[in-house]
Design a protein around this ligand. Sequence first.
Ligand code: HEM
Length: 493
Amino acid sequence: MDSITLWSLLATVPILFLISALIIIFHRKFIISRRVKPSSSILYRRSSIIQLPLGNLGWPFIGETLEFISCACSDCPESFMDKRRRMYGKVFKSHIFGSPTIVSTDAEVNRSILQSDAKTFVPFYPKSLTELMGKSSILLINGSLQRRIHGLIGAFFKSPHVKARITHDMQKYVQQSMNKWHENCPVYIQDQAKNIAFQVLVKALIGIDQGDQLEFLKSQFQEFIAGLMSLPINIPGSRLHRSLQAKKRMVKLIQRIIQEKRDRSSVSTVSEDVADVLLNDTSEELTDDLISDNMIDLMIPGEDSVPVLITLAIKYLSDCPAALQQLTEENLTLKRLKEKQGETLVWSDYLSLPFTRNVISETLRMGNIIIGVMRKAVKDVEIKGYLIPKGWCALAYFRSVHLDNNLYDFPFQFNPWRWQNKETNNCNFTPFGGGQRLCPGLDLARLEASIFLHHFTTQFRWVAEEDSIINFPTVRMKRGMPVWIKRREQTLN
Ligand code: HEM
């Protein structure tokens, strides 16, 4: 060992010691400060005292975030929650993503969090995300404007006229895409589903069909979402900055389209897309700027979730031949019937397939595309005897509920039959959230997945290559779900 190395080692030891001592002192102070602050840790109500749930706030600043992330990235993503559930119960305190947080893996507590309004909780997202979304995003705003936009979008996607149009578009995009598939190279389901779902979404939101505008939006949106999980540093050249620039370019295009809609003197009275719905609304708060900004923000929850749902369904079906066979038979029967009657399939046909619906529900339960939602308490809140202090976050963690063996037998087994005669509308099953922020795209998501599964299973047989599910930062397949296909016509089946 030369002298420089020796000196640097000797110098490093006290520095490390000092840093450790500081961390320990600060850490203890940090925890103690939370224990002794009566207004934020204990709530006195009549004769009872409501206390903070048990748990650990971890290290200063980073809290337990690193352990949360390392578990989420591991082969056992449940380990973070399971360990704490065993130690502290279904509701516990932690410190993740920069905020002291009450984590709930309890279905009833989750329901209360979801049902609460903005007087109790407001949405909480990482800073990079809020910077990208902007203050007027539907994902962030509260109160009457959020309820109004949410109601308009929800009603639009529920209308039979829109479902008919979306079904027509989706069939067209699916068929165009499937016609290009080859048998001598693998088809990457994740990419294909992403491409199709993006086309459907953009058409439903602003009426852009094919061509340069669609390609432009696609490329800019990829640049935009790359910054969703970036460091919140907005300086030229940073990831966040590049994403914001991409958003500006998209907003410019959308503003032009909105202006064209206005110039046509009447925005179509039968709303053809979400932009029409919002433009037709008489509320003065719905300015053109707010609408164009929100068109991009609406793409965030819609863009990735549906393709992941489709891809996971194909993954689970590939691993469960009995379910695949029943789903294929159900869809072939419908296809033959429609051919015999000389009719094309309409949206209600797709949604009338009970086993297909169960496959989609089971995929949502096991896949946990959205693991949970985060809220910030705007006042001290008490739920089921637990205190959530003002300024703290509440994480309603759906994944643990969906995989709880007290609620679902063999929860890690893909079993679509468990949904036979079972209600999907209850607090043990919340893939689309609930309350005032219940996903307005849920019908669209189920319809799209149904259409894809119908066309895929009735036109192809396939063999899937080995692939695995990644759970963090978003759910997806590691290799994009490659499958080798055989067209059914050629196998005379
Ligand atoms: C499998 C597909 C999908 C899943 C699992 C999903 C899940 C969710 C969840 C859990 C929420 C609640 C968020 C919260 O409470 O903070 C939500 C909200 C939302 N989703 Fe979806 N979603 C899906 C597809 C879509 C699609 C296709 C759209 C289409 C535009 C969409 C639009 C929205 C919007 C706008 C909100 C925010 C509602 C509000 O805050 O008022 N989602 N979604």
